[in-house]
Design a protein around this ligand. Structure first.
Ligand SMILES: Nc1ncnc2c1ncn2[C@@H]1O[C@H](COP(=O)(O)OP(=O)(O)OP(=O)(O)O)[C@@H](O)[C@H]1O
Ligand SMILES: [Mg+2]
Length: 223
């Protein structure tokens, strides 16, 4: 069966002065169906490094990744924005919201590459924010929102394009247990109803419990 995502023997190291840090060592796995995969492992085990390779924010030193049959390293720099916009939603560990923009404007940014009428963009952004339970904070800027609320804006931004893949780094990290529970419900629903594939780096056992599969990293290696 052809995989929708295939990670083939990827390795990545970083250099800090004389120190050589192995962030990922010969990691391989495949995802064949639209499922929820949790990436678990202690702090520093390489989870965020792996996720950033999946969205091609960074490239492995060796090995390669295929998404929907296309090799990520074959996508030209000029086509990257379009690739991400069409296929991926990404939730960063540090939210990465634009501080001068309101919640709804931050979500609209993800729709910007599409030629949509302004009203349509606004209503889709509002619908995404309502879906994650933050429809009452549309005009607040990130500094006027709590950590958990910023997290939800970041999630709405990742979902607003209805991408085939959502890559999320600790999406429940700053959520209280009720909101985290609602988010996991939403992830389950989107997976079932929209065939969205989720890859979620997490320390949260609740995420691991709801995931179809848990991949574990230790010192950059799959265990
Ligand atoms: N830009 C960088 N330069 C140097 N070392 C880095 C860099 N980014 C990550 N590392 C190192 O690579 C290793 C893997 O880091 P990574 O951020 O992937 O871990 P993680 O599993 O996401 O951890 P956490 O659970 O704390 O988020 C760590 O040892 C980290 O210090
Ligand atoms: Mg991390």
């Amino acid at each position: 069966m052809t995989a929708i995502l295939e990670v083939n023997a990827i390795s990545k190291h970083y250099r800090r002065g004389d120190e050589r840090i192995v962030a990922l060592a010969d990691v391989s796995f495949r995802i064949e169906q639209p499922t929820v995969t949790a990436v678990a492992g202690p702090s520093g085990s390489g989870k965020s490094t792996l996720l950033s390779m999946l969205a091609r924010f960074d490239q492995p030193d060796s090995g390669h990744i295929m998404i929907d049959g296309a090799r990520l390293d074959s996508i030209a720099e000029s086509g990257l924005d379009q690739f991400r916009n069409r296929k991926l939603g990404f939730v960063f560990q540090q939210f990465n919201l634009v501080s001068v923009l309101s919640a709804v404007e931050n979500v609209e940014l993800a729709l910007a590459p599409q030629a949509l009428p302004k009203q349509e963009r606004r209503s889709r952004a509002i619908a995404a924010l309502e879906m994650v339970g933050i429809g009452h904070r549309l005009s607040h800027k990130p500094t006027e929102l709590s950590g958990g609320q910023q997290q939800r804006v970041a999630i709405a931004r990742a979902l607003v394009n209805r991408p085939r893949f959502v890559i999320a780094d600790e999406p429940t990290g700053s959520l209280d247990s009720k909101t985290a529970h609602e988010l996991l419900d939403l992830i389950g629903r989107l997976n079932q109803q929209m065939d969205t594939t989720f890859i979620i780096a997490t320390h949260d056992v609740k995420v691991m419990q709801m995931a179809h599969r848990v991949i574990r990293l230790e010192d950059g290696r799959l265990i």
